[in-house]
Write a protein that binds this ligand. Sequence first.
Ligand SMILES: [Zn+2]
Length: 74
Amino acid sequence: MELWIQPCARCADLYGQPATAAPHDDLTLNGVGAVKDARAEEHYTCVRCGGVFARILAGPPMRQNWMLLNAGQH
Ligand SMILES: [Zn+2]
C-alpha cells in the first residue's frame, strides 16, 4: 500500500461514512483472508487514488464506519 495518498473526491466523501454506506465504484474488495475476521472488517483499495479503506462491521456502533487507512492528515 502507498503511504499518505491524496484521496480522490469519492474517497474523501466516503471517509467517515457509516459502514452501511455502499463502497463507491472505484473501490475493489481486497482478498478475503487478508483480514483476520472478514465478518468484522472488510478492506478495500481505490483504483483511482490508491486509498485503502477499512469498513468496520462489528464492535461499538460509533466505530462502524469507513476508515481511510493511508490518508495524510490535513
Ligand atoms: Zn480514491
